[in-house]
Design a protein around this ligand. Sequence first.
Ligand SMILES: NC(=O)c1ccc[n+]([C@@H]2O[C@H](COP(=O)([O-])OP(=O)(O)OC[C@H]3O[C@@H](n4cnc5c(N)ncnc54)[C@H](O)[C@@H]3O)[C@@H](O)[C@H]2O)c1
Length: 252
Amino acid sequence: MSSSPQRTVVVTGSAGRLGRAACRELLARGWHVRAFDRCPSPAGESIVADLADAAAVAAVLQGADALVHLAATPDDDDFAARLLPDNLLGLHNVIEGAKAAAVPRVILASSGQVNFVQQYEGPWPIRVGDPLTPRGWYAITKVALEAAGQIHARVTGAAVISVRLGWCPRDRAHADELGASFHGPHCYLSPRDAGTFFAAAVEHPVPAGHHIVYATSRPAEIEMVDLEPTKKLLDWEPLDRWPEGATDDLPG
Ligand SMILES: NC(=O)c1ccc[n+]([C@@H]2O[C@H](COP(=O)([O-])OP(=O)(O)OC[C@H]3O[C@@H](n4cnc5c(N)ncnc54)[C@H](O)[C@@H]3O)[C@@H](O)[C@H]2O)c1
């Protein structure tokens, strides 16, 4: 009896909050997961290396069927010490590595922070084509990431999905901050919904080209971002609503 060969996905940032959720779901669906992070990853084939190491990034991408690029400094921080190496040099190395390895499906982690003002002032739902109002330098690195995704799709013919991820708290204090914020409960992304989103993003047939989508769980009340294009592109539906799953898998 023959079975189809196991498909390989590279997940960067695999030791982090969203990376763990992505790896868990992809492993459950039978993917071989190369888990790339500068910290050891709890699931998948752990590869401990830094995005700044272009050779290590190129090597991990060889022969991969898909890439989920999550590794980054995940919020505003020291520009020269953190955002520049992690979010921009790292992005460059990942995109060039994916090009050299001809990875056919690339998922890039963007953020709702590219549309910061509209989160507070509306109009809602925020749509993918609305004018960008980045919050700060972190959000600017995500605008650059979306631009890199667009160029990569055009140059290589790959299917690239830049996903403006909702808010998935990284620790309990972060969850408290989300709960106390104005927009957090409407833009929450649970680990479970993140996992199924990333699985759909690598598995569902999509046309070549660059696709920008939002991914959040179901809004608490206000439909703050437009999930219709995501549902249409990937046949994906979120199941959770804040605070379901928010503190699952968190230390302490
Ligand atoms: N969690 C959220 O609410 C949220 C919202 C929008 C976008 N995002 C984006 O999703 C991605 C994942 O976020 P997260 O919340 O899981 O963050 P996280 O901090 O929990 O995980 C990031 C992981 O990336 C790794 N990493 C960072 N820089 C690296 C480097 N130079 N080389 C190798 N590994 C490196 C870290 O070790 C960490 O394990 C990020 O790109 C972030 O900007 C997150």
